[in-house]
Design a protein around this ligand. Structure first.
Ligand SMILES: Cc1ncc(COP(=O)(O)O)c(C=O)c1O
Length: 489
């Protein structure tokens, strides 16, 4: 089914050979293949250092691949059903910024759901693109934002036929997918590129019972977090491109702006081997995982007070599909919030879930998940029943988003001032404010701060969530309409 021999790991093979070749190292990195004694070296041992080289002869150059990296990228493109693949050493965040910068120029429009990850907003700042926000479908029972509805996208495209691209999340952090195949068809009718955030969907193309991957759906570009679901090291992702709408020259030069000139060879070797392993074993391993998650979901649904979300639930709430390898559990019927559950699971049961929202916790699984892991999760959930309360959970779901005052880039570059959050009503934000996880911005640069936003911020602070902004605690950076220079900008 693959065109190339997926058992090959050309980059990993070469870097190992180099590490074991005993060359006199008069280049960087300074640890000289691990001849250094520090705590880290003591803990991880020698091998990690042996494959940590910079750019010796024969090891190719990520900025202009022509040897073993080129070969590894061709294998990755083949495995992910793409025309081209690019290794990313700064995560899918780097890929998302690169997709937006290479597809949309300053002042051109991009149609984009408002529940995008922070990196997409950063892509808007760096490219200077004009966002046309599309509202995701809101699930008021779970209190989360899901996919985009095709008819609404059609309307937005008809109102903005000059837009250059449509941005899609496949799947959302919670595992919900939109009808990507039809989205691609529609966007292409209007010559718009489809750029896909596939941070949580790197595994989709490796099993037929999973939602369609961006490349299978005919999208033009997709950034996949290999590290999130395919077992490579954190920070390692791949950018994939397909078809004639994409300028691969522009993609390459954009990546070269964004990435370090010293990409980690450990990261690249990790991508090379994760790809080979998935191509050879992914289908079988995912088959086991899908069966395991289906079992766990049934077990959770037998426990009173919990609801593990099923595909049927998603269909009944206007979702197009769901990634079965994620387990979203509604806990709020017990009178506790997802945030409470997240903390208690970690403290009392030693179970670390991926994220919490008001009503739920989310477990992200992978081919490395075992039955024992899920048994521990189920035991942890049973233990939560001790914490049952009679209180009604305060719901926090907004169906509106703040009004846009300016392009994100204008707001980012504007003169700014700091105001206390409680004094910021009607000011224009100059930064992104997020609840973490999932890192979806409540407010982005250029949006007008309204009462709903202030209410949301207080709500999340009360719940003990981490609010991330680039500013000092309790303050927010806003546009200074009087244009006074502030050296702390
Ligand atoms: C929806 C979504 N997109 C993009 C990203 C960024 O991915 P990465 O961590 O690989 O940079 C994340 C990270 O959590 C995410 O949740």
């Amino acid at each position: 089914m693959y065109k190339l021999d997926q058992s090959k790991t050309p980059y990993f093979k070469k870097i190992k050979e180099y590490g074991l070749s005993n060359q006199t190292q008069l280049d960087v990195p300074g640890h000289k293949l691990g001849h250094i004694n520090n705590e880290f070296r003591e803990f991880v041992g020698e091998n990690v250092f042996l494959i940590d080289a910079n750019a010796p002869r024969g090891l190719d150059n990520l900025a202009k691949p022509n040897g073993v990296i080129k070969e590894a990228l061709e294998l990755a493109a083949d495995a992910f059903n793409a025309d081209n693949a690019y290794f990313l050493v700064n995560g899918t965040s780097q890929g998302i910024i690169a997709m937006i910068m290479s597809a949309v120029r300053a002042n051109e429009k991009i149609i984009i759901p408002r529940n995008v990850h922070k990196s997409a907003i950063n892509g808007l700042i760096l490219s200077g693109a004009m966002p046309v926000f599309i509202k995701p479908h809101m699930d008021s029972e779970l209190g989360i934002a899901n996919g985009i509805i095709l008819s609404e996208l059609r309307e937005t495209i008809l109102e903005n036929p000059d837009a250059k691209a449509v941005f899609v999340i496949n799947p959302t952090y919670f595992g919900v997918v939109s009808n990507l195949k039809e989205i691609v068809k529609l966007a292409h009718e209007y010559d718009m590129m489809v750029l896909v955030d596939e941070a949580h969907g790197a595994h989709f193309g490796f099993h037929e019972d999973l939602p369609l991957s961006a490349m299978e759906a005919g999208a033009d570009m997709s950034a996949v977090s290999v590290h999130k679901t395919l077992g490579s090291l954190t920070q390692t992702s791949i950018l994939l491109t397909k078809g004639d709408l994409v300028s691969n020259n522009r993609v390459r030069s954009t990546l070269n702006i964004l990435q370090t000139t010293s990409p980690s060879s450990i990261f690249m070797a990790s991508l090379d081997t994760a790809r080979s392993y998935m191509a050879l074993n992914g289908r079988e391993k995912l088959d086991d995982l899908i069966k395991l998650t289906s079992w766990a979901r049934d077990e959770i649904n037998k426990i009173r007070g919990f609801k593990a979300i099923t595909e049927d639930y998603i269909y009944n709430h206007k979702g197009y599909g769901y990634d079965p390898t994620k387990i979203m559990v509604k806990v709020s019927d017990l009178g506790i919030t997802g945030f409470d559950a997240y903390n208690i699971l970690s403290k009392e049961s030693n179970v670390q879930v991926e994220l919490a929202e008001t009503n739920l916790v989310l477990a992200v699984l992978s081919i490395a998940t075992t039955k024992e892991d899920l048994e521990n999760f189920i035991l942890g959930l049973k233990n939560l029943k001790k914490h049952k309360k009679k209180t009604e959970i305060r719901q926090k779901i907004r169906f509106t988003y703040p009004e846009v005052f300016d392009r994100p880039r204008e707001a980012y570059h504007a003169y700014k001032k700091f105001v206390k959050i409680e004094d910021s009503l009607n000011e224009v934000s100059a930064e992104s404010i997020m609840v973490y996880p999932p890192g979806i911005p409540l407010l982005i640069p250029g949006e007008i701060i309204n009462e709903d936003i202030l209410d949301d911020l207080n709500f999340y602070l009360d719940q003990g969530s981490t609010i991330l902004s680039d500013t000092k605690n309790g303050y927010i950076r806003v546009i200074d309409q009087d244009k006074t220079y502030n050296k702390e900008d």
